[in-house]
Ligand binder design. Structure first.
Ligand SMILES: C[C@](O)(CO)[C@H](O)COP(=O)(O)OP(=O)(O)OC[C@H]1O[C@@H](n2ccc(N)nc2=O)[C@H](O)[C@@H]1O
Ligand SMILES: Nc1ncnc2c1ncn2[C@@H]1O[C@H](COP(=O)(O)OP(=O)(O)OP(=O)(O)O)[C@@H](O)[C@H]1O
Length: 328
């Protein structure tokens, strides 16, 4: 462990946090020539946070990556770690020879479809920008973020946003502020994002041969309008995830999880992004507490968490113990 990686924010270390994302709508187009799929998505940041500290260390100390928190053992600690890629990108661009150590405290399920690794990259970009005094604005940081992954720009931005392209092109949805209480059911094991996209392509091809195409989600206008109102049931009726059939095909046990949420009375249950985390949308915090307790009792999930959104995007925090900012 480098000697000053846990130094409170100051000249030699900066800590930033970035939120998990959920996709209230995830429309997936056909496979593109570059290996990605065009998306039409409504992103929302929720209050599960990754915390990343970037610290200047002495020349003879290594550029270590230290990861702690749930699922830490599954996260790489070499330069393939997305936070390390973010640090290397900005340090290289600045022509800096600084030795930088990274400490990650995970609060988002690993490989769970909630952009945990992307949040690490987002927080690392924001922290490195501040530590090296680069002064890159939001737009420049989001451009670097898009090079690291499709979800990374949104983890910087936070709030609620429309995502297009491969998910990296964002437009804020400033009126979509209706708060949501969501129960997060974390599965035992993860799903690989590219494998889930490939399974969707396979299912679509298979179904089209039988003449019964897999249904595709439509537009987002009604959802965006509902998000400007105050009726959680209306919002719940408009949620959609085109990747869900692929995640269910790869992990059929998730059907049981979704059933448990429905039986507990959630307004709507669905797989989060590429899965396997399942989300249960509730009318209010009281219902969310009751649904979380009931789903937890059935034993279908490894862990059940309560969350809500929207919350803000990646930002520097002065005190690593402090609670991240709650509003966008
Ligand atoms: C499922 C989502 O989380 C929804 O927000 C994202 O689309 C995934 O975003 P991400 O994890 O940042 O994914 P990336 O690191 O950009 O891409 C990983 C892999 O996922 C697949 N991928 C990702 C995004 C996209 N629009 N189409 C894809 O087909 C590709 O195989 C790609 O090589
Ligand atoms: N900092 C990181 N944190 C977590 N995983 C990382 C990180 N860097 C690289 N990875 C790799 O990325 C894989 C996906 O992890 P991640 O937690 O980002 O998945 P995810 O939340 O399903 O992603 P998304 O929702 O963006 O598709 C992991 O299995 C891990 O090997």
């Amino acid at each position: 462990m480098p000697r000053d990686v846990s130094t409170p924010a100051g000249a030699r270390a900066v800590t930033a946090v970035a939120p998990a994302k959920i996709n209230l709508h995830l429309g997936v187009g056909d496979l593109r020539a570059d290996g990605f799929h065009d998306l039409l998505t409504v992103y929302r940041a929720v209050d599960l946070w990754e915390q990343v500290t970037v610290a200047l260390v002495d020349d003879d100390d290594p550029d270590v990556v230290v990861v702690s928190g749930p699922g830490a053992a599954q996260v790489p600690t070499d330069r393939t770690n997305l936070a390390a890629k973010a640090v290397d990108l900005l340090r290289g661009e600045a022509g800096s020879g600084a030795r930088l150590a990274i400490r990650i405290v995970k609060g988002v399920p690993v490989a769970g479809g909630m952009a945990g690794g992307s949040a690490d990259a987002a927080a690392a970009l924001v922290a490195t920008d501040r530590l090296l005094g680069l002064g890159l604005g939001r737009a420049a940081l989001e451009e670097r973020a898009a090079r690291l992954g499709s979800d990374v720009p949104f983890c910087i931005r936070g709030g609620t946003a429309l995502g297009t392209g491969r998910g990296e092109t964002l437009a804020p949805l400033l009126h979509a502020r209706a708060e949501q209480h969501v129960v997060v059911a974390i599965a035992d094991g993860g799903l690989s994002t590219p494998v889930v996209f490939a399974e969707l392509d396979r299912l679509r091809a298979e179904r089209s041969e039988t003449g019964r195409d897999l249904p595709r989600s439509g537009g987002v206008e009604a959802l965006v309008e509902a998000l400007a109102g105050q009726d959680p049931a209306r919002v719940a009726g408009l949620l959609a995830n085109d990747l869900e059939p692929a995640a269910l095909s790869l992990m059929p046990a998730l059907r049981k999880t979704l059933r448990a949420g429905a039986e507990a009375g959630a307004l709507h249950g669905m797989v989060s992004g590429s899965g396997p985390t399942c989300l249960f949308f509730c009318a209010d915090r009281e219902q969310a507490i009751a649904v979380a307790a009931e789903v937890s009792e059935t034993g279908v999930a490894r862990e059940v968490r309560l969350t809500h959104g929207p919350v803000g995007g990646a930002h520097v925090i002065d005190n690593p113990q402090q609670t991240p900012q709650k509003t966008p």
